[in-house]
Design a protein around this ligand. Structure first.
Ligand code: PMP
Length: 410
């Protein structure tokens, strides 16, 4: 028996921890760029589960891979080999150009993995004493909400009263090469620089052209690992397979999650070459579910969809069209400024206040008008539809968004 929306919300509110603030819509079905609520009302998904559903909801090829594998073998743990994992590891390593992959499940877990990898590398390859390694991170980063990751977060809501915190992080302003060079030269104990190629959760901040390439060059000069968190920006979202590809940068350590599985199954990964990855020895890191046969089969299918359907190119073309149309509207309105972003990772900034109340009201109105989006921080609304969208659908979405915004003009 199906639950109606009010009952489904009441149950979540009563029995679920209050760790989220969802928009009041109860989704029951998804296909491609669309999702449907329990009343059968259809919406454009303009969030894609924070950029996880890049390949579209319930993509048949990925779902087939899931079903076939689910009927054959689901989980072995890494106590044994399984017949899917090696095949996936070869595929993903070649796809992104690395020697090795360490499979995990969630984005935050993969970030934790990269931090451990970087510290061990510093100890073994740079001779930095145990307990002394420092990793440079950026202001307003978002890398997840585990204990170590919140230790270097600026999000006071996620951080405050959850201490004691993990030591060993130096925070510098984002998109600031001088600050990076100063931090790199400040100590012999710097092991890595952990960076989002575009800051997604912070509000879609795109750094200046050349920032990532210069940062990578500096890391090489100081023999420090350049660690890119592409959990949100990767897998064609910004118009290239990876956001670092816009500047021809190959990170020493690459962190992937979300759309690595098309949002079908929790799959994340850390990739690196042998010189780095081989510092991790058996038993030092892992997870029961990491590299399970379903994850492996699903992720291969999800990456094949990215290639077969030219999702990166589609994101480039539709992203440019989206910003052009939105900027045309914004130029003659007073409600929003600044459409910023790359590919199909974009945001607008609502004018009237710094807090999120108007942005929230706008997202509620967008919902009524058949499009789902959510404020990121404060007065910023992120727009990240599935990359399988076509031009007609995108223009339809632009028209929903601009019509909705018009109602908020003063
Ligand atoms: N890194 C980045 C850049 C992210 O955007 C996110 C999720 N928004 C994470 C890590 C955490 O991923 P997960 O929620 O799968 O743990």
């Amino acid at each position: 028996e199906k639950l109606n929306a009010a009952d489904a919300i009441a149950l979540e509110n009563k029995y679920g921890a209050h760790n989220y603030h969802p928009l009041p819509v109860v989704l029951a079905k998804g296909e491609g760029v669309y999702v449907w609520d329990t009343d059968g009302k259809r919406y454009y998904d303009f969030l894609s589960a924070y950029s996880a559903v890049n390949q579209g909801h319930c993509h048949p090829k990925i779902i087939n891979a899931l079903i076939n594998q689910a009927q054959t073998l689901t989980l072995t743990s890494r106590a044994f080999y399984n017949d899917q994992l090696g095949r996936y590891e070869e595929f993903v390593a070649n796809y992104f150009g690395y020697d090795k992959v360490l499979p995990m499940n969630t984005g935050a877990e993969a970030v934790e993995t990269a931090i451990k990898l970087c510290r061990k590398w510093a100890y073994e390859r740079k001779g930095i004493a145990e307990q002394e390694a420092q990793i440079i991170v950026c202001e307003n980063n978002f890398h997840g909400r585990t204990t170590t990751i919140i230790s270097f977060s600026n999000d006071e809501n996620a951080r405050k009263n959850f201490g004691p915190y993990t030591a060993g992080f130096i925070k510098i302003p984002y998109d600031d090469i001088a600050a990076l060079e100063e931090a790199l030269s400040s100590s012999q104990n710097i092991a890595g620089f952990l960076v989002e190629p575009i800051q997604g959760e912070a509000g879609v901040y795109v750094p200046a052209d050349g920032y990532l390439a210069k940062a990578k060059a500096l890391c090489e000069e100081y023999n420090v690992l350049f660690i890119a968190d592409e959990v949100q920006t990767g897998i064609a979202r910004t118009g290239k397979l990876l956001a670092v590809n816009h500047e021809n940068v190959q990170p020493d350590v690459l962190i992937l999650g979300k759309a690595l599985s098309g949002g079908v199954y929790p799959v994340s990964a850390v990739l690196a070459n042998n010189e780095v990855m081989n510092v991790i020895k058996p038993g030092q890191h892992g997870s029961t579910f990491g590299g399970n046969p379903i994850a492996a089969a699903v992720a291969i299918a999800a990456l094949e969809v990215v290639t077969d359907e030219n999702l990166a190119e589609n994101a480039t073309v539709l992203g440019e069209l989206f910003r052009e149309k939105m900027n045309d509207y914004i130029a003659q309105s007073n409600i929003a400024t600044l459409v910023r972003g790359k590919g199909l990772l974009n945001a607008i900034v609502i004018n009237d206040s710094d807090d999120s109340s108007t942005a929230w009201d706008i997202c509620m109105a967008l919902k009524d008008n058949g499009l789902l989006a959510k404020p990121t921080h404060g007065n910023i609304i992120r727009f990240a539809p599935p990359l399988v969208m076509n031009e007609e659908q995108l223009l339809d979405c632009v028209s929903i968004i601009t019509k909705t915004l018009k109602d908020f003009e003063k």
